[in-house]
Write a protein that binds this ligand. Structure first.
Ligand SMILES: CC(C)(COP(=O)(O)OP(=O)(O)OC[C@H]1O[C@@H](n2cnc3c(N)ncnc32)[C@H](O)[C@@H]1OP(=O)(O)O)[C@@H](O)C(=O)NCCC(=O)NCCS
Length: 166
């Protein structure tokens, strides 16, 4: 994991060798192994940014674009895209590198929402994230849209549970 003290507080990078114990029945890296790593990277990125313990609220839009092979080096590039009062959206881009050819492939992208909590497990405020570069502003806008869609989806499902049965 990136422990560079000068790295921006809203970003984090982790590189890992894909070992045979991570393989599925087809011999490629198990999707579940990648999901666990994504959660760990999101935890590290969000808790370091907020200087708080955080919990995972949701994992959205996980796209396994290509298989990841045992023996490849996989790099997780995480950044805070958006903050609410207590929640943070962490975007993670996953790049796999073939050691011999050094070819790099974008194999996965996903968005996790992490919530900062206090010692009693109650949501607690995080420092507001202010995007500055064009890239950060674009990611922030997209994260806002995803947050609205998540909230709308949650409200609509809640309404179906309240609706009287026919
Ligand atoms: C995450 C958790 C603390 C939120 O608790 P809560 O009672 O919903 O708290 P709040 O209503 O204050 O919401 C906290 C934040 O989550 C967001 N949130 C909660 N439910 C949401 C939903 N369905 N969709 C989108 N955002 C949601 C809120 O908007 C709020 O964000 P904000 O402060 O930035 O505006 C609580 O749901 C929890 O502890 N979940 C379990 C987490 C966990 O154990 N994860 C690991 C799973 S193994």
């Amino acid at each position: 994991m990136d422990t560079n003290p000068h790295a921006p507080k809203h970003q984090l990078t982790m590189s890992l060798l894909m070992t045979p114990d991570m393989a599925n029945f087809a011999g490629n890296v198990h999707g579940g192994a990648i999901l666990k790593l994504l959660d760990q990277v999101a935890y590290a990125c969000a808790s370091r940014y907020a200087a708080r313990y955080v919990v995972t609220l949701s994992v959205d839009q996980v796209m396994f674009l290509e298989a990841i092979h045992v023996g490849e080096i996989v790099t997780f590039l995480a950044s805070i895209n958006h903050t609410g009062r207590s929640s943070m959206e962490v975007g993670i881009k996953v790049v796999a590198e073939d050691i011999r050819s050094q070819a790099r492939r974008h194999v996965n992208s996903c968005f996790l929402t992490m919530v900062a909590v206090d010692d009693a497990g109650r949501p607690t405020a995080v420092p507001p994230w202010q995007p500055t570069t064009d890239e950060e502003i674009r990611r922030n806008d997209a994260a806002r849209l995803r947050r609205e869609l998540r909230q709308e989806l949650a409200a609509r499902f809640a309404a179906t549970r309240r609706a009287p049965q026919a």
